[in-house]
Design a protein around this ligand. Sequence first.
Ligand code: NQM
Length: 355
Amino acid sequence: MTDYDSTGVRCMMLRGGTSRGLYFEAGDLPSDPAERDDLLLRLMGTPDPRQIDGLGGATSLTSKVAVISRSGHPAADIDYLFLQLGVDEPTVSDAQNCGNILAGVGPFAVERGLVAAGDEETGVRIRMVNSDSIAVAHFATPAGRVEYRGDVLISGVPGSASPVVLSFGDSTGPLLPTGRVRDTIDGVEATCVDNGMPVVLATAGSFGLTGYESHARLAADQPLLDRVDAFRRKAARLMGLGDDPGSVPKTVLLAPPRDGGRVSTRSFIPVQPHTSIGVLAAISVVTGMLLPGAVGHELTAGWPADRSQVDVEHPTGHLLVDVVVDGAATPPRVVRSGVVRTARKLFDGIAFPRG
Ligand code: NQM
């Protein structure tokens, strides 16, 4: 049996989109999930609000893990299991996916030799184990090496980097997990939708907000956070996610755009406010809004027919998503979704768990 405390664990840290994660090859971690989770918590420095004795960054967006292996699936090159670790609670959850951490998965697979790089560009077919669905990542690999430098800017990340273009196939679960396009939860009109991320949509006004509040203002409003938590727990039951739904669903409050975008959003993941918005969350928000009868559908009236660059406003800028939905089909069907992100390798080496 490996004594990870003395050998350490091979680990790469990458920024993926607006998140940061520890990326591992599955074979470098214990195969027993309980042992693996214990090791990951000790590497991350969880539980501790400051994660002072580990590699986490003291927020949920920087307490993320990707476990990567070659795939046995005929439509995929590699398997990507996403794990969300707690910060001050010793939790490890596979209940959700993460489209930001996904941005680093293709580059990691090339770095580790799990996928052969093309001379200019590489496409990696990734099975997202959490949702059993396929994503494809395209990124630059001049002379067979991952190029991280580039001129693409994404809101919430300083500087620019090389693009990672992500496209998603069909999500396997139902798009409307409650079976309805609209529900009433705690007297609030809501739409529960899942196109890769379970989200519950409501208007900011129904929570007594404008929808333009800063992250700090929302984070300081404990009664609001309590209300969001109660709301999303009821939504979880209606969505079949059970009484202890972990990090899903995310609540996303909508307001008319005010900065040239198509909608303004404030997301809660699942209780603390997001500094921006998750990738699959934004895709699910736009998917839901496009369905006739959904909360926020009226905001789509002025949207152009081309849905390849829907601009979602969030507290620190904009996220552009590509979503085409066939809302006339029964049940409604997603034709296409995708997004452009960037990623950057931060370190590659051996990480040591705390004892
Ligand atoms: O929705 C945060 C993030 C996410 C998830 C969260 C994400 C997604 O911003 O695909 O990216 O929802 O906890 O990384």
